[in-house]
Ligand binder design. Structure first.
Ligand code: NAP
Length: 547
């Protein structure tokens, strides 16, 4: 008896990757359904509603590049769009390409089970919906499973408690209240200056200081908008050639090219321009040459000392035990300046960690107590794997992805896993870290090409080889070993799976650069999808999908 499938593809998640996958599968004549837990499109931009949320990538390249008319029509208001601008954009994309008719909102995928005999994935959702498909495309985001440390006493707290990545839709009013923020990563750094404006008193609990570079946000005026639009072909070429997918050319200079005074001038210029340009338009060897990194790290420490008036606070904010770039540096919007306000104080929890949440606040290891009305955790994510293992994904012979990854996640190209045929992850472990939308677009097109190739070749099953997965894992590790990443106290970074207790420590991202990653994808195609085995289902063939 033939097994009926409902769709060729089921896509999970309506963020950048999922929306793009829906567009591309349709273009290739595949039937597809997208399942989304949230009530609207947006992915990370739907859930991260905390005050101050905005991109750290420049707007005109933090978007889709595949449609020239979309690029030309859309007007970005600022250098870094805020969360509502991002939502407007993704909502516009959904409407413009009529995507909503194929999206099931408010539905969470709980299980996805592979059946090799019928070559199908059965996807079970919380709304008691069960759908069958041939290709499973999880696009659940690398930074979407929020992590809240399991502090003892958490539930006993009687005040208001929030997790930044699950911020409520209704406004949170902190005016006049005593507020605690735990966490000073990219999220905390955006949130803290916003809350400080109205909180009665804001106490920031910092475990590891970060090198926060000024974002220097500004409106985009019509002339600049016009110039960007006229230059898009060149801009996308830059993006695809830049290590983290940003519209920047190499600095064309290494540290040894300049003397001390010139080095200072170069860094000052980078600091004034702001954003990640400080890292990438100053010295091309900043992330690999120790001397260059030392000078740049000290430069940032001195900036902190110059901005923050209280000397003790400045010293606490200045990172000393990890090099610049060894953790993902946040971009600040008057972050350090915020510590000059009388209603803001900083508490170091590196040596005296938070030991207990009480009914009225936090107690640290030294016994000190901080009573607050509002407790906010900006404590990050179970990166790369968390959103995938939250779903009970079972591959061939019932093998669970959670179990397979228990000793460390491994993939081929960040897209496929041996034992999980016809599953194409977008943004899973081993995917490159960088400007996500343009990177994802290339991966989506690669996956769609692969499916087309599979069908044209008369096969219906595509699976990553274990040797290819091993080689990819070695590549990730070798790259980490060759850079400043994870050095010093940054060894605890989420890049390496080290921020969540009990999680296996392995590199979770490909850090060999976006061009390197694209070259790997292309190389696999050129060599006939090397690293993958194509086969035919024996047994019970599925009937074609309902379109
Ligand atoms: P994060 O970088 O992991 O920061 C989490 C913070 O919580 C860190 O300061 C961490 O300290 C602290 N923390 C965790 N557990 C703690 C504990 N038990 N006690 C005290 N402090 C604790 O997470 P994030 O700030 O959400 O950023 C994650 C990534 O998401 C970013 O790097 C970025 O890629 C992305 N993101 C992007 C944007 C943007 O583009 N605009 C905005 C937000 C986030 P330690 O450092 O000591 O671990």
């Amino acid at each position: 008896m033939a097994t009926t499938i409902d769709y060729d593809c089921i896509i999970i998640g309506a963020g950048f990757a999922g929306l793009r996958a829906l567009i591309e599968t349709r273009r290739r004549g595949l039937s597809a359904k997208l399942i989304e837990a949230g009530s609207d499109v947006g992915g990370t931009w739907h859930w991260n509603r905390y005050p101050g949320a905005r991109t750290d990538s420049e707007s005109w390249v933090y978007c889709f590049s595949f449609d020239e008319d979309l690029l030309q029509d859309w007007v970005w208001p600022e250098r870094y769009p805020d969360r509502s601008a991002m939502q407007r954009y993704l909502s516009h994309v959904a409407d413009r390409f009529d995507l909503r008719r194929d999206i099931e909102f408010g539905t969470r995928v709980e299980r996805a089970v592979r059946d090799d005999d019928t070559n199908t994935w059965t996807v079970e959702c919380d709304a008691e919906t069960t759908l069958r498909c041939t290709f499973l495309i999880p696009a659940v985001g690398p930074l979407s499973a929020a992590y809240e440390p399991p502090f003892p006493g958490l539930e006993s707290f009687r005040g208001e408690r929030y997790l930044t990545a699950r911020w409520p839709e209704e406004e949170v009013d902190v005016s006049g209240k005593r507020v605690a923020v735990v966490g000073t990563g990219a999220t905390g750094v955006q949130l803290i200056p916003q809350l400080a404006q109205t909180a009665g008193h804001l106490t920031v609990f910092q475990r590891t200081p970060n090198y926060v570079m000024p974002a220097r946000n500004c409106p985009i005026d019509p002339a600049q908008d016009k110039a960007i639009k006229a230059d898009y072909p060149a801009i996308w070429e830059q993006v695809r050639g830049q290590v983290f997918g940003f519209p920047m050319n190499p600095a064309g200079r290494v540290f040894s090219d300049v003397d001390e005074n010139e080095a200072r001038r170069v860094l000052e210029r980078g600091w004034e321009i702001g954003g990640f340009r400080f890292l990438f338009e100053t010295f091309d060897d900043l992330l690999v040459d120790q001397r260059c990194n030392d000078v740049a790290s000290e430069f940032v420490r001195n900036k902190i000392r110059a901005i923050v008036r209280d000397r003790d606070t400045a010293e606490l904010l200045a990172p000393k035990n990890h090099p610049l770039g060894s953790k993902r540096p946040p971009l600040g919007h008057y972050y350090y300046e915020t510590y000059n306000r009388a209603n803001v104080s900083l508490v170091d929890v590196s040596t005296d960690p938070i030991e207990q949440i009480t009914e009225t606040g936090l107690r640290l290891a030294d016994g000190s107590v901080h009573d607050v009305d509002v407790l906010i955790f900006a404590t990050g994510f179970d990166a790369a794997t968390g959103a995938l293992t939250a779903i009970d994904i079972r591959g061939s012979e019932g093998r669970s992805l959670r179990e397979v990854w228990a000793d460390g996640a491994r993939t081929h190209l960040g897209i496929a896993v041996t034992g999980f045929p016809n599953m194409f992850m977008l943004g899973g472990p081993g995917f490159p870290f960088g400007n996500f939308p343009p990177t994802t677009e290339v991966a989506v097109e690669w996956a769609a090409d692969a499916i087309e190739h599979l069908r044209e070749s008369g096969h219906d099953v595509m699976e990553a080889d274990v040797e290819a997965m091993d080689a990819w894992s070695r590549t990730l590790q070798e790259i980490v070993d060759a850079t400043v990443l994870g050095q010093g106290e940054a060894v605890n970074t989420w890049f390496l799976g080290a921020n969540v207790p009990g999680k296996a420590h392995v590199p979770l991202f490909y850090l060999g650069g976006i061009p390197g990653y694209f070259a790997e994808l292309q190389d696999s195609v050129d060599r006939g999808y090397s690293g993958f085995t194509f086969s035919r289902t024996v047994g019970n063939k599925p009937e074609s999908a309902r379109v």
